[in-house]
Every structure is written in structure tokens, then in C-alpha cells.
Design a protein around this ligand. Structure first.
Ligand code: HEM
Length: 457
């Protein structure tokens, strides 16, 4: 009789039967870690609406409804105006926050850097960054290593070399900490109090403001130096600065380049770093999956082809990564504000209401996945993917505003993981309890300490 292999059930917060109160959502434990408030029913319903003083929040789980908001009626749903109010100083004018024609022209301008062909030019940077980290680990293994912190350093190294030629003048650890603080402060619940935002003087808010000031001052200096450089390096930043200079006076071009520099630093490394850490956690708990992925990585790397050829041979590892992005979507929440009254399915949405699509809920929804809380890379076998709704799996968002860096992040994660898995074995740290925390990104509380051993032979 075939033996059923028990699948691993990874860490996930308990689900209460009822929603926490308004006050807990705004000021209590859920305000610090919003994913702990989702009830059992949140993972079963197609949509739900909750009214707060001043606005209604509609949560959508049904892929058909998500498609309506993110694609079919996309112009009626914009980025929340509070995001502009609280993050506008450094995000205003950027690809991430702008709408309409300004967004379209920026997306057109930046898209060529992120096509699969252009991303291939960055492959050597991904491989070298992964190798540098692995070489450092070789000195420390066997031992316990916080792979989340290591992944943050690695992906910061990648983004600064790939887009800024490493010249932005930010030290890795210092910048990574500020980026984390900035992300933690963007959608703080206190900000939802709108006009009463000045009441929000929490430690998180203060750290967010300090991070904002730090990044703006350092990156402004970097951009000024680029504008003054008669022969700047031909990287992404020079390219967008020169393009903005064609249509705008130098000061405005510098402002637009600055907000995009912040966005690409912020959006482009922490997300990928946490994806690496969650993937290693899952593999540390499923030794069979780790053995398969490691064997595949060693075989792919030993062929000695280009990184693009290596990627073609990382078939199982890609399934593992996709499953990891399902269970732990690094961007766990996507939010929009209705710009006009709309009807979506049987939902009446009023101008000013918020629509929340949480990959965290959709990816673990009972009606959409079999055993949604178990780790099973087979969810991403070609047969399992066939016929799946396009808006059911959305780690990179959906519709025209889908993540511009999705190909970049995927190739980076696979090439870095292949290096690490080929050389090291990862095991859980006894006594360490993995806990999930969400603000703008989904990360492990207290990092991800794993025991790391160098593979023999
Ligand atoms: C695993 C890694 C990543 C994940 C999970 C991720 C996720 C996302 C998601 C969900 C969105 C859509 C947000 C929304 O609709 O509100 C987004 C947008 C964006 N991402 Fe990523 N991202 C990742 C890596 C990257 C990288 C590496 C870059 C840049 C190099 C990047 C740059 C951006 C930008 C600029 C946008 C805004 C696009 C627009 O609005 O047109 N991301 N990302």
C-alpha cells in the first residue's frame, strides 16, 4: 500500500471566531499586526464589508470580483488618497502612486528595463550576490544564521548594483533598517483617522518619519550628483533622470527621479528578501522537498551554462518558490479607493469606500485551494495550474498595475536560492517559534534563524 506523505503545516496565526473590535483594529494588537484579526469565516466568504466611522472597507476574495476591480473597472479604483497624504512626500510622482496619464507614461518609460530580455542582463548580479553571501556563510557554518537578515543584505546588494550602479551612498544595514521602518509606517491604522492623523504619534510613526528624512536626504544628494555628472553610468537611474529631463525642468526631473528612486529601493528588495526567507523556512521543515530542490540546483549549476539556461532547469525550485509566494505573499494586502459609485458583483460600492484584496486571504481560501494551509509545491505543477483563475494567485498583484519587477524578482530569487541550496543544508532551530507579521510586507517576527550546514561532496 502506498504510504501517504504527511504534508507540512507552516506557521500561521490562530483565527478568531469574530472580528476584533474597532478599537483593537485601530489601536490594539491587530493595529500592530493586521493579519491576526482575520476570522475563520474570512477564509471562506467570497466578500465581506465592514463599516468604520467615515468609510466602508470591502474585502474581496472571489477572483471574478478581483478581476472587476483590478482590470475591468480599473479606472474607477485608484490608490487610496490617504496613501498620497501620508507617503506623498516621497512617493508622490512615482510609478507606484501616480494614476492616469502620468502613471502610463512612467510605466512605458520603465517597462523596457524589466522585460525578460533586459532582466537577463542582471542575472550575473543575482548570481554574484548569492555567491558573496554563500561565501560568508561558509566561514560560519555549521551554525545558526538569521537567513531573513542575510536575504535582506543580499537583495539590497542586488537592487543597488542593478539599478543604481551601487552609487546611491546608502550603507546596506542602515538603509535596510530605514526601508523597513518606512514600510511599517505607510498604512499604519492611525493614518486611517484622516484629519486626526496628527494624533498618531506612535514609535512606529516617528521611526517612519526619521526613515523618510534619511532616504530623502541621501537620495537627493545622489540625484544631484548624477545631474552634475557629465558622464554618468548608463544605468536605470540615469536613464529615467534623462527621460524626465526631456519633459520637465531640472528641479521637477530631480523630484520625479527621487520618488522613483525611493520606490524602487523600497519595493525592490525587502519583498524579495522575505520571499527567500519564507522559502528556506518551508524547505527546512520539509527535508524531502529540500533534497529534491538541492539536487536539481546542483545539477542545473554543474551544467555550466548561462544563468538563463540554469533558470530553465530549476523546474521544481520554481514550483517551491511559487508555493512559498502563495503561503507567504510578501505583499499581503492590496488596497484601492473607489473614485465613483460602482457595483461589483452584488456589492454596492460608494465613492470613497476602500476595497481590500489580501493575497493572504485569497491564497488560503477554502473554496479556491485544496488543503490551503499545507505546504505543497505540487499546487504549481503544470496540471494543477491548468484552468486556474488568473486572479486566484496574485503575489505580484493583478491587472495593468501588476508588479513591474515580477520577472526580476523571480529570476533573482531562483538564482540566489539555487546557489544557497546547492552548497548548504537548512534545518529548523530547536525552540524557535516562527511567527508571521504583516505591515506593507509579510515577514517573520524576530527574523528567521535556521541551522545552516555546508553540504559535503
Ligand atoms: C517577491 C518580490 C516582489 C513582490 C511579492 C512584489 C509585489 C508587488 C505587488 C503586489 C505590487 C502591486 C501593488 C498594488 O497593486 O497595489 C507591486 C508593484 C510594484 N512593484 Fe513589486 N514586488 C516584488 C518585487 C519587486 C521588484 C524586484 C521591483 C523592482 C525592481 C518591484 C517594483 C514594483 C513597482 C515599481 C511597483 C508599482 C507598479 C505600478 O504601479 O505600475 N517589485 N509589487
Amino acid at each position: 500500500m502506498p504510504v501517504a506523505i504527511e504534508k507540512f503545516r507552516p506557521a500561521c496565526p490562530d483565527r478568531p471566531d469574530v472580528y476584533p473590535s474597532f478599537w483593537s483594529s485601530m489601536f490594539g494588537a491587530q493595529s500592530r499586526n493586521p493579519i491576526i484579526g482575520w476570522t475563520k469565516a474570512s477564509f471562506e466568504v467570497s466578500h465581506a464589508s465592514r463599516s468604520f466611522p467615515g468609510f466602508t472597507y470591502h474585502t474581496l476574495n472571489d477572483p471574478e470580483l478581483i478581476q472587476q476591480v483590478f482590470l475591468d473597472r480599473q479606472p474607477s479604483f485608484g490608490k487610496p488618497s490617504l496613501m498620497r497624504k501620508f507617503a506623498g512626500r516621497y512617493m508622490g510622482g512615482s510609478l507606484f502612486l501616480e494614476e492616469g496619464e502620468i502613471w502610463r507614461s512612467q510605466r512605458r518609460l520603465m517597462a523596457p528595463t524589466f522585460t525578460p530580455g533586459s532582466v537577463a542582463a542582471f542575472h550575473p548580479i543575482f548570481v554574484e550576490a548569492g555567491e558573496r553571501t554563500a561565501n560568508r556563510w561558509a566561514q560560519e557554518a555549521p551554525g545558526v544564521i538569521d537567513v531573513d537578515a542575510e536575504a535582506v543584505r543580499t537583495t539590497f546588494d542586488v537592487i543597488s548594483r542593478a539599478l543604481f550602479s551601487g552609487e546611491h551612498g546608502l550603507g546596506t544595514d542602515e538603509a535596510a533598517e530605514h526601508v523597513e521602518n518606512l514600510l511599517a509606517s505607510v498604512l499604519r491604522p492611525g493614518a486611517l483617522l484622516g484629519g486626526l492623523g496628527w494624533l498618531d504619534q506612535t514609535r512606529r510613526t516617528r521611526k517612519g518619519r526619521a526613515a523618510e528624512a534619511f532616504l530623502i536626504s541621501r537620495l537627493s544628494a545622489f540625484i544631484a550628483a548624477r545631474q552634475a555628472d557629465p558622464e554618468p553610468p548608463g544605468d536605470f537611474m540615469t536613464q529615467i533622470l534623462q527621460a524626465f529631463a526631456q519633459d520637465h525642468p531640472p528641479e521637477e526631473a530631480a523630484r520625479l527621479a527621487l520618488s522613483n528612486a525611493v520606490i524602487f529601493l523600497v519595493a525592490g528588495h525587502e519583498t524579495t528578501a522575505h520571499a527567500l526567507a519564507w522559502t528556506l523556512y518551508l524547505l527546512s521543515e520539509d527535508q524531502q522537498a529540500q533534497a529534491w530542490a538541492a539536487e536539481e540546483a546542483r545539477a542545473a549549476l554543474s551544467r555550466g551554462g548561462t544563468p538563463a539556461e540554469t533558470l530553465e532547469h530549476l523546474i521544481y525550485l520554481r514550483m517551491v518558490l511559487e508555493e512559498s509566494l502563495r503561503l507567504y505573499p510578501p505583499a499581503p494586502r492590496l488596497e484601492r479607493e473607489a473614485k465613483a459609485d460602482e457595483v461589483v458583483g452584488d456589492l454596492q460600492i460608494r465613492k470613497g469606500d476602500w476595497v481590500g484584496v489580501w493575497p493572504w486571504l485569497v491564497h488560503r481560501h477554502k473554496a479556491l485551494w485544496r488543503d490551503p494551509d499545507l505546504f505543497d509545491p505540487e499546487n504549481f505543477s503544470p496540471e494543477a495550474k491548468e484552468g486556474r483563475h488568473k486572479f486566484q494567485y496574485i503575489p505580484f498583484g493583478a491587472g495593468p498595475r501588476i508588479c513591474i519587477g515580477a520577472q526580476f524578482a523571480t529570476a533573482e530569487a531562483l538564482l540566489v536560492l539555487a546557489q544557497w541550496l546547492a552548497r548548504f543544508e537548512f534545518a529548523p532551530t530547536p525552540g524557535h517559534r516562527v511567527e508571521v507579521f504583516a505591515d506593507m510586507t509579510l515577514k517573520p517576527v524576530g527574523g528567521m534563524p535556521l541551522r545552516v550546514y555546508e553540504r559535503l561532496g
